[in-house]
Every structure is written in C-alpha cells, then in structure tokens.
Ligand binder design. Structure first.
Ligand SMILES: CCCCCCCCCC/C=C/CC(=O)SCCNC(=O)CCNC(=O)[C@H](O)C(C)(C)COP(=O)(O)OP(=O)(O)OC[C@H]1O[C@@H](n2cnc3c(N)ncnc32)[C@H](O)[C@@H]1OP(=O)(O)O
Length: 324
C-alpha cells in the first residue's frame, strides 16, 4: 500500500478500496440529507454543510455521508477548496454518536469505527483545500473533524450580556473527561496541530478550549466575532439552499470563504504535493494499524464497565436536554 503510486492515489482522491465511490453523474447540489453539498464551479469552491439534527453527531451513516459528499466534490476537477460547516448555529459536531456505542450490534460496531477511520483518511488526505467553519461546539470527534481540515476558523460565539442568549462554543479532545481515551491517531492529530506539550496537557485533562484560547495555542487559525453581515459578497451564499442561506450570511462563513479563495489560487499540484509532505506518513501509519485499531476499539467499548459508563452518560445527556 505504501508505494509512490498508492501515495499519489491517496492524495488524488482515488482509492481502490473505496466502497462508496461517487456516482459519475452525481448532481452538484444536494448529495444527501445528512450533508448538504453546494458547489460553485466559477470560484472553484464548494461547501459541505453537516445536517444531522440535533447535534451533527457522527453515526455510521453520517460518516459515510461525509465521505460520499467529499468524494463527489473531489471528483469535480473545477473544485479546489471546500468549506466544512454545520446547519446548527450552536454545534459544529458533538463528536461520535454515543448511541452507536451503547449495547452495540456486533456487526455494526466495527463498520461504524471503520467509517470514522475512513473520514480521517479521506478528509485529512483530501486533494482539496479544506476549511472548517466552526460556528458552535466541537468536542471530541467534532474537534477531530476540524483538525482533519487544512484551516480552521471559529466563531467567538454570542457574548451577549443577556445570559439566555450567551453562547460561547468550545473545541477540544475531551475524551478523558468521559473516562475514555482518544484513539492514538486522533490524539496524534492534536500533537501535530498544537505541539507536543500543549497536546499532552490538553489530552490528559480533556480540555475544551473557548475560541480565544483555541487561537492562542494554534488549535484554530482564526476567530471572528459573532455578527450578521448585510449580504454575502460571495457567490456561494447565493447558491445555498434556503434552509441554511440566512445563517450563512455571517462573518464566519465570509472569513472561511476568503481563506478558501486564497487556497484555490495556489497551483493545485504544488499545494497537494506540500500536503503530502506533512500528512502522508501519518495517514499510512494509521492505515497499517487500521484493523488492530478497530479490534482495540470494539474490545474496549464492549467491556461491561465501559458499557455501564456510556449508558449513564447517554442518560445524563438526555436528562440535561429534557430539562431545558
Ligand atoms: C489505545 C486506545 C484505543 C482505544 C479506543 C477506544 C476509544 C473509544 C472512543 C474514543 C473516541 C471518542 C470520540 C468521541 O467523539 S466521544 C463523543 C464525545 N462527545 C461528547 O461527549 C459531546 C456530548 N454532547 C455535549 O457535550 C453537548 O451536547 C454539546 C455538544 C456541548 C451541545 O450542548 P447543547 O446544550 O447545545 O445541546 P444538548 O446537550 O442539549 O444536546 C442536544 C441533543 O443532542 C444529543 N447529543 C449531544 N451530543 C451527542 C452525542 N455525542 N451523541 C448522540 N447524541 C448527542 C443530546 O442527547 C440531545 O438530544 P435530545 O434533545 O434528543 O435529548
């Protein structure tokens, strides 16, 4: 697998083991309900908007939808950059769908983990320049999604004095707070993003960072104030489906779009080659340990004590939500 040809294929978006290759004539607009795909061939920029209420948590189907949508956009040679965003103004992604882990089906559990691994391989190794527009919370695998992109812009949130309206998003790998550990490849992604010591601290403590702190340690590349702008000065907004058009008129997406434009102007071969320099080793190391990683995950999750904790955690989440 780790041959020059395999490496090149990885970054050109063609994989022999891909089970969900995009249909040749896939429509450029809405690929599926879970991920809304918007394509603007004139600018070379596309947007994938995660749309799995209530929290964009990552189920097997959501992971497959993310890979499918990304592959479909990648197959369009006119597209150079993609923005990853969310229809939920307060949640980018809540990470893994915890319900996938509770009383799991023996057949589905390894398929679920494989689908998450595939998101990592496809997104981190995409030929496209990828920009995460993080409008809301991004805990655990939500943070992993953002870290798999090339650039992260985060909203400062609504720091309104009215406590009811106040909303400050956070981002980080908080797994240890839940009594679990992030898988090695996910943890190492944090090391690659914010450096060894900061990652060591953040992983051990399960820290969730508010936007300014996330910027100061390099977990995000830019933060923008929460504000609506009068009208989008980019064509992509005009193309968005009505359900997300209004919330797209904000400073976060403007900023993400500007960054996507900057990337789209770089000669693609050179941009992709430079991405290979920093990422291919990490991706191939993960692929080599993929089966072992899946076995480890399934063995861990199905332990009695872990099941007990996860059941209690899901219950607590539901109770919290019911009390609102
Ligand atoms: C060598 C070692 C190898 C071993 C490998 C083993 C590793 C094990 C796995 C490790 C990987 C883990 C990665 C993960 O991603 S774990 C998931 C972590 N995610 C969370 O803990 C987030 C939980 N959610 C929240 O904290 C909050 O919901 C929020 C995202 C901060 C948003 O808060 P807000 O107040 O706005 O919203 P609510 O809390 O009211 O939630 C709204 C509804 O969404 C449901 N929800 C939220 N998160 C999830 C989730 N992750 N999965 C499923 N469902 C979720 C919540 O229940 C509410 O639903 P309801 O209204 O229908 O009740």
């Amino acid at each position: 697998m780790n041959t020059p040809r395999a490496r090149a294929m990885l970054f050109m978006g063609r994989r022999s083991h891909q089970s969900h290759a995009p249909h040749k004539h896939s429509p450029p607009a809405v690929a599926n309900d879970l991920v809304i795909s918007t394509v603007d061939e004139n600018s070379g920029i596309a947007m994938l908007t995660m749309n799995r209420p209530p929290a964009n948590s990552l189920s097997l189907e959501m992971n497959e939808a993310l890979c499918y949508s990304l592959k479909t956009v990648e197959a369009n040679p006119k597209i150079q950059s993609v923005i990853l965003s969310s229809t939920n103004p307060k949640i980018f992604s809540a990470g893994l769908d915890i319900t996938e882990l509770v009383a799991p089906d023996n057949d589905r559990l390894p398929r679920f983990w494989n689908s998450l691994q595939q998101v990592y391989i496809d997104l981190y190794g995409s030929r496209l320049a990828t920009v995460a527009a993080i409008q809301g919370h991004a805990p655990a695998a939500g943070c992993f999604l953002a870290m798999s992109c090339d650039y992260r812009v985060m909203s400062e949130g609504d720091t309104n004095n009215d406590i009811k309206k106040k909303h400050v998003p956070t981002i980080g790998l908080n797994e240890t707070q839940l009594g679990i550990a992030a898988p090695p490849w996910m943890g190492q992604l944090l090391v690659r993003t914010i450096g060894f010591r900061q990652a060591e601290l953040a992983l051990a403590l399960g820290t969730l960072f508010p936007p300014e702190q996330a910027l100061s340690i390099g977990l995000v590349d830019d933060i923008v104030p929460h504000q609506q702008v009068e009208s989008g000065d980019h064509k992509l907004v005009d193309l968005l489906p009505s359900q997300i058009k209004d919330q797209a008129q904000n400073s976060l997406l403007q900023k993400a779009y500007t960054q996507a434009q900057i990337y789209a102007k770089i000669p693609p071969q050179a941009r992709v080659a430079s991405k290979m320099v920093t990422r291919e080793e990490h991706i191939f190391r993960m692929i080599a340990k993929r089966d072992e990683d899946t076995q480890h995950f399934c063995g861990f999750v199905t332990q009695k004590a872990v099941q007990k904790n996860l059941t209690a955690y899901v219950e607590a989440l539901k109770n919290k939500s019911a009390k609102k």
